[in-house]
Design a protein around this ligand. Sequence first.
Ligand code: SAM
Length: 241
Amino acid sequence: FFVKDEQVKGVQVFIVGSDVRHISKVLRMRPGDCLTLIDEAGTEYEARITQIAPERITCEIVTETSVNREPPLEVILCQGLPKGDKLELIIQKGVELGVTRIIPVSCTRSVVQLTEEKAAKRRERWQRVALEAAKQCRRNKVPEVSPLTGFDEALQLIPDGVLAVIPWEDAVGTGLKKVLRSYNNRGQVWIFIGPEGGFTEAEIEKAKGKGVVPVTLGRRILRAETAGIAAITMVLYQLGD
Ligand code: SAM
């Protein structure tokens, strides 16, 4: 479970919010049981439950170790909004692999076009998926799932001087592998992946205009959900750990 600095007081940790119900009702843990807790600075605690109250669980720290499971660079995935619940899979696997932030992007060929209200509801769900995945793989930080963003707006978010790539089936000759080999800045890498129908020529041109490099992921066409997961893996294989 993730804890904030203010929840840790001396040898005690106080768990509040929805985790209280999860621990006491879903996991049915009792005083004496042990939990693994991670704070924002990457300190991991083995903590024993001493008291369970309706609003708060009190734990006593048994051991404390410093761990860093975050990659040495930030990987930002701008994912063209796919159909159904595919984005959930992409978020879950992306978080396990080490993605820093996922920006769902509304593209010209996104089949699903969400209203603002629906997009906000979905985002809550997507953020919960990220939280659960981060807990499961013991990340130090929970990656952010940003609000649904338009393609042009997503391009505007790219900071100057970072590597940004746009995997595109027609980018013959420029492999992501080759681009990554010649990049040795450990700052950020931005990846744009299209929805099921891919990007339009106009979107590729706009991206190029912003300095985003069209790259191929190989000779086979990957599904939208496979492409994002594969690209994150390639980036962190080459530049991360
Ligand atoms: N509709 C496209 C087609 O039939 O050629 C395929 C789009 S693909 C399912 C979805 C996204 O995955 C693409 O927009 C691209 O970003 C990425 N992608 C999939 N395979 C790729 C490859 N071999 N090279 C580069 N990008 C790829």
